[in-house]
Structures are given as structure tokens and as C-alpha cells.
Design a protein around this ligand. Structure first.
Ligand code: ZN
Ligand code: ZN
Length: 405
């Protein structure tokens, strides 16, 4: 039986380098991963350069590449993808920004996370409904993300993504004036629009009951909106048309969910706090309905960024336990990989290739017995480019077209 469904399981930032805290093993090498090892043992393994050898991929450019959308052609910045992930319906040409609430005291940013505010639905609605940019011919969309995060999108004629941020990226400094990065009328106009947005938003937030209550409770008010990562929403060939697969995305990170939505996958909402087992159940039921599911598991990346090798290893063991239900499905072709490496030793993404397993009926089972960076490098897939992954998966589910006669 040829597998009919594809699960692309991306463990964010899974790849690593030898860590002293783990006896010079990588977190994957040090972890006990019976289920991933079973997939490796009964599948074909390899290593993969998500974008290209030597390129330090971001999560966004990597996911685009793995989904078959060359980032060199499609990527227009993080803002519009993040905005799509926060639930804004992004149309081509709209300018998207990442945003976050901050506390400004006497003109200076005193807390870039606004007292780790958790629920910004009400104040975000107030900003969205209260900011009026009609004199610029611009309408806005503004939606909350998780915690202090949010996203902004501008819609109108003559806009550009060539503008800076108002985020001083440190406390004790005043929010910056946004300026154009190119000498064009569109960039100048957009910078003006952005500054006016920030000014009006601060005015609305200053006296909002949510903030007055926060001050009363001794908490930092969310009285400023910092925006960054401007990008123009691009045009994406719909996933279903491109790959002839229906699909969903299950991802707690707004950025990844936004990439999924942008290419036309259906978003199944999960939060960073949704237990892994629940996320796996959602993926399982999506696989009953669709041909393809992109499932991104957050957090391994964060442990990498924090340099916490032991915690990264422990978390990988939790992932291993949670994904067990996938192993019982015979209709499934599973690809397990990372979107990039995030070595605890450098606390940043690296260009080290990520380990990859493809498991399912018909694959050429190789001799690899463990899922880790070193074992997979000896596998039957050798070293591939992320941009080839979808084509390989489509071939294995027999949904590819012959090249030539
Ligand atoms: Zn990532
Ligand atoms: Zn990262």
C-alpha cells in the first residue's frame, strides 16, 4: 500500500552541536528517543540544508523552503507572515509588521514587554477601532498575538515596506521616530503613517481602563506599541494548486501558522500552552480529513537560544513520547526534521544541516538506527536541500508527474 497522507513534522531548532553539559553529545544524541529511533530504524534517513548549505536559515525562510516556496522568490520579511499568523487576512500589497506592547514612562521605554501582559484582546480592539488614518487614505488591521505580542497591517495606496522601526530595542531610551530607508515618496508616506499610528495608539492606551487597572494593581501599563519587521505581503501560489494536496497547519508559533495560512493551508489553532498530546490529537484528526499536515513543535529552538542543553534534551524526550500515535498509522508518510539547527553552544541558529527521517510504505530502509545529527548523516538520503523535500515526499505518495517521456 502506498501511503496516501503526508505529515511534515518539524521540530523547531532541533539540530545542535556537541554540548559539554551532555558529555559532548548533542541533545538528540543524549536523549532517549524510542519512537523517533523506531522511525529512523524503519525509515530512510539523511541530513538536510533547509535553504542551502552554509545558509543560517530563519524559521520563516526555512519553512517556506521546506513547503516548496523558494524564499529567494517568496520571502518579503517577517511582518506580513506574523500578521497572517495573528489572524489578519493579509492581501497582496498590504504592509505587515510585528508589534509588541511596551511600557513608556516619562517618554522612555521602561519595559519592552509591558509587565508581561497576558491578555491584550481588549486593548488591541481599542487600538484597531480607535486609530484613524483615513486622512492618509490608509486603513489598519491590528490583532493581538500571544503575551505582549501583536501584529499590525496597513492597507492603502502608495505604501512601502521600506521603513525603520520605532523600537529602540532597549529600555531607558525613547521610542524612535520611524524613517524611510529608501528615498521614495511611498517610503516617506509610510513612515509618516507609522508614526501617526504609534502616536494615536499611545493616546488610546494611556487612559484605557485596562491600563488604569494595571497601574492601580502595581503593574506596568501597556501604553505604547512598538512595530518592526515591515514587509509587503507577497503572492503565494496556493498549496493545493501547487502540490495537488489539501492541507492544514498546526503550529503554536504565530509566524509558522502565518506561513501556513499564507500558502493556503488551513490553520488549526493551538497555543504555546496547548499540551503536546492535544496538539498531536489535532494533527491526527486533520490527517483524517486532509492530504497533508504541517506540524511545527516549538520550544526546542528556545532552549537552544537560551543555551539550555539539558532542558533541550528533556524536551526532545517529551516530544518523542507525544508523537507515538503517528507510528500506528499505516496510511502515513512521515517526514521528521528541523527547520534549522539552534546549537546551545552558540545560542543562535546555525547553518549545520538538520537530521531528517522519511518513514512510510515503500521507502528504501537504510541502516540508520537512531535519530540524531551524526547517525542520520550516514543514511540513505545522504544530504539534501530543503527545497527538494516536497518533491521527494510527493514522489513517495505517488503524486508526482514524470519529467520528460
Ligand atoms: Zn525555527
Ligand atoms: Zn530560533
Amino acid at each position: 500500500m502506498t501511503a496516501s497522507k503526508i505529515l511534515l513534522l518539524i521540530i523547531d531548532g532541533v539540530g545542535d552541536r556537541p554540548c559539554e553539559a551532555l558529555g559532548n553529545k548533542t541533545p538528540l544524541q543524549a536523549a532517549s528517543l524510542p519512537n523517533l529511533d523506531t522511525l529512523a530504524k524503519t525509515g530512510i534517513c539523511g541530513i538536510m540544508d533547509p535553504v542551502a548549505a552554509g545558509i543560517r536559515a530563519g524559521s520563516d525562510t526555512s519553512h517556506l523552503s521546506l513547503l516548496g516556496y523558494p524564499p529567494q522568490q517568496y520571502y518579503t520579511g517577517r511582518g506580513p507572515l506574523e500578521a497572517a499568523g495573528c489572524g489578519i487576512s493579509m492581501e497582496p500589497g498590504m504592509i505587515g509588521f510585528r508589534a509588541n506592547y511596551a511600557t513608556v514612562t516619562e517618554g522612555l521605554v521602561s519595559d519592552r514587554r509591558a509587565g508581561r501582559i497576558e491578555d491584550t484582546k481588549e486593548i488591541s480592539r481599542a487600538v484597531k477601532e480607535g486609530v484613524d488614518l483615513s486622512k492618509y487614505g490608509v486603513t489598519i488591521e491590528f490583532e493581538p498575538g500571544t503575551g505582549h505580542r501583536a501584529a499590525l497591517a496597513l492597507k492603502g495606496k502608495g505604501l512601502s515596506a521600506d521603513v525603520t522601526t520605532n523600537d529602540p530595542k532597549k529600555t531607558g531610551a525613547a521610542p524612535l521616530t520611524i524613517v524611510p530607508t529608501k528615498d521614495t515618496a511611498e517610503a516617506k508616506h509610510t513612515a509618516e503613517v507609522c508614526n501617526e499610528f504609534a502616536r494615536q495608539a499611545a493616546g488610546i492606551l494611556e487612559n484605557h481602563p485596562v491600563n488604569l487597572d494595571r497601574i492601580k494593581a502595581g503593574k506596568n501599563p501597556a501604553n505604547a506599541v512598538l512595530i518592526r519587521g515591515a514587509g509587503e505581503m507577497g503572492v503565494y501560489e496556493p498549496f493545493e494548486k501547487k502540490h495537488e494536496l489539501t492541507g492544514s497547519v498546526v503550529a503554536a508559533a504565530a509566524l509558522i501558522a502565518g506561513i501556513g495560512v499564507s500558502v493556503g493551508l488551513e490553520r488549526i489553532p493551538v497555543l504555546p500552552t496547548t499540551p503536546l498530546s492535544e496538539q498531536v490529537n489535532l494533527v491526527m484528526s486533520e490527517l483524517d480529513k486532509k492530504d497533508f499536515v504541517l506540524f511545527n513543535i516549538k520550544n526546542a529552538d528556545e532552549y537552544g537560544h537560551d543555551g539550555k542543553a539539558q532542558e533541550k534534551k528533556d524536551f526532545l524526550e517529551k516530544i518523542d513520547e507525544a508523537i507515538k500515535p503517528f507510528l500506528a498509522r499505516e496510511d502515513l508518510l512521515i517526514a521528521v526534521c528541523g527547520d534549522h539547527s539552534t546549537p546551545c553552544t552558540i545560542k543562535e541558529h546555525s547553518a549545520d544541516p538538520v537530521p531528517l527521517i522519511i518513514h512510510g510504505d515503500g521507502v528504501r530502509v537504510d541502516t540508520v538506527e537512531k535519530y540524531d545529527e551524526i547517525s542520520c548523516a550516514a543514511g540513505g538520503m545522504c544530504r539534501i536541500c530543503g527545497g527538494s523535500l516536497m518533491a521527494i515526499l510527493l514522489d513517495l505518495v505517488d503524486k508526482t508527474h514524470k519529467y520528460g517521456a
